[in-house]
Design a protein around this ligand. Structure first.
Ligand code: DAH
Length: 373
């Protein structure tokens, strides 16, 4: 800025002449009108209204005028700057409106277009079948019980009357987490859900009605019918006067609830388990042919190989030694128990051909099951 000028020197205030101010204003208004987009307008603003613009420079010269000339020059510059400022604001508004309109058109989303997002998964059919089984028993007044997957050997074997030399206790059948087969009691990955029977009896007073689905482990090589990790479901009822007839009625009800329709029932064949006495293998009527394929070559059944029955699992009357191990008086109470593999049931219930399909986690397998089995 020039120093105050006592003797009015017209050269020094050239920039404040009306023609100069008018020219600077007109140039500014032309540039603003010519700006075709917001970037161009920003440039016009810097050039014509910024700190180094002719009008800003002129404004700074006002101080160099003799006091009597300042008011008039100030008014002139102020008016010009005001006009430029208003023109800038108006053009800014116009260009923003144009931009918004263009964006609405260019960036419109067509919500009717097909989308290519990742497909949604589905709950695993083992989970939904477990829950379905739970529901059948909860409806009869049973409680769902749980136990740990890494289980004390005592719960998994000893309390179930499986003696130390029982073949299932060897390392060729059982995963040991702590300790070793034949050594002092260690920890194993539970080989069946039966230890939950023991935990349930220790936790509760009879009458006891529990259903326990869960993951179990055995040292099996994966193939079409085996996996080292699989699922079982265990049922235990302990009350006064429980007999094998209660077991049979419960099993019949379960297969009817799960497979529906006429003629669904179970049969028991003698077997041996250390924790039940007597023990049995339980079969259910083939839910596909309902037994009609037996001795009927015209109507073969692939599901049961025309045998009419499908093997389900093991069951029996709870061995009194097991009740005693859990502090339950075997003279007053008796019980029944059964257990079977959930994968196996899913395989014949839903025509799953290979065990590995259920463990590989491929959504193409789970998806067709949807939310319910
Ligand atoms: N725990 C047995 C297994 O894994 C199945 C079983 C048999 C469970 C008899 C029971 C039972 O509750 O009473 O092979």
């Amino acid at each position: 800025m020039s120093a105050p000028n006592k003797s009015y020197d017209p050269v020094e205030v050239e920039a404040l002449k009306p023609e100069e101010i008018g020219r600077a204003r007109d140039e500014a208004l032309d540039a603003i009108a010519a700006a075709e987009d917001l970037d161009a307008l920003r440039e016009a603003k810097a050039a014509h209204a910024g700190n180094a613009s002719p009008l800003a420079l002129a404004n700074r010269e006002i101080g160099a005028l003799p006091p009597q000339a300042r008011a008039e020059a100030g008014k002139r510059v102020g008016q010009a700057r005001g006009e430029v400022g208003r023109a800038l604001a108006a053009r800014q508004e116009e260009l923003e409106a144009e931009r918004d309109e263009r964006m609405l058109v260019e960036e419109a989303v067509d919500v009717t277009l097909p989308y290519d997002r990742l497909p949604a998964g589905a709950r695993h059919p083992i989970t939904t079948l477990s829950e379905r089984l739970e529901d059948v028993f909860v409806a009869m007044g049973y409680e769902v019980a749980e136990g740990p997957e890494a289980e004390a050997e005592w719960f998994n074997f000893d309390a179930l009357n499986m003696l130390p030399d029982h073949p299932a206790r060897t390392e060729s059948d059982t995963f040991y987490v702590e300790g070793a087969a034949g050594g002092p009691s260690g920890t194993v990955l539970r080989t069946h859900t039966s230890p939950v029977q023991i935990r349930s009896m220790l936790d509760r007073e009879p009458p006891i009605y529990v259903i326990c689905p869960g993951r179990t482990y055995r040292t099996d090589e994966p193939d079409a019918t085996h996996a080292p990790a699989f699922h079982q479901i265990e049922c235990l009822a302990v009350d006064e006067g429980i007999t094998m007839a209660d077991l049979k009625g419960t099993l019949d009800h379960m297969v009817q609830a799960l497979f529906g329709g006429e003629g669904m029932r179970t049969r028991l064949r003698p077997d041996y388990f250390p924790f039940t006495e007597p023990s049995a293998e339980m079969d259910m009527v083939c839910y596909v042919c309902r037994g009609e394929s037996v001795g009927n070559p015209d109507r073969p059944c692939r599901t049961c190989s025309s045998e009419g029955w499908i093997e389900l699992g093991g069951c029996g009357v709870v061995n009194p030694r097991v009740l005693v191990a859990c502090g339950i008086d075997p003279d007053r109470y008796s019980g029944f128990a059964f257990g079977f593999g959930i994968e196996r049931m899913l395989m014949f219930r839903n025509n799953v051909r290979d065990f590995r399909d259920m463990t590989e986690g491929d959504v193409r397998f789970t998806q067709p099951f949807g939310m319910e089995v």
